[in-house]
Unconditional design. Sequence first.
Length: 207
Amino acid sequence: MKNKLMLAFMAIALTMVSCSQDRIEEPSQDETANVSRPYNALNYLELVPMLEHYDKTRKPVLEKALGFEDTRMNYYSIETLENYIKYVKTLSREKGIKFTGINFVSAAYPENTDHGVPNYQNLLFMPTTEIGGKNICFDPVQSTSEKTVTVKEMLASYGYNWVYDSKEDYDNRNKTNGLVKRNSQNRSKSTDVESGAGNRGQISPPY
């Protein structure tokens, strides 16, 4: 009899554990209110041709140049994305800066990377704010309530010429900037400071 009672209790306990593990947290009313299909959601007759065009025009070129298939997917968990956006929103609000969105910027891990896989492409998150009627990458960490510091300014101080904020910058991208060049040569002596950019996703390939 005792054995039967013990088995019954064990069965109930296992059922309760299983149910608790399978339970999905219910969304709040705020999260479900007025939910509609986003304007940027795609249909498959839009999606498939885009993937095919990449396969035909980008993939062979990259494989030939690199000798391997480069990154195709960058994975970030929901928590990672939510925490990053919350972090930037908080800093921006504290400093009175309008946070308008995020630029996803192509980059590649260098040979001596401390994280990621060397030579593979990845994506950087760069927050944007409105400057002169345009969405410009800015650094919410280095900015203050008195001055919005742009990513272009910060990258220039480390010897990198960011040319994607304006057509004028892009048109003059091949012109030598003496200050940027000097900063590049002295980069190893520069003090490292935190940036507002983000990364550290899981890439594939490689597998």
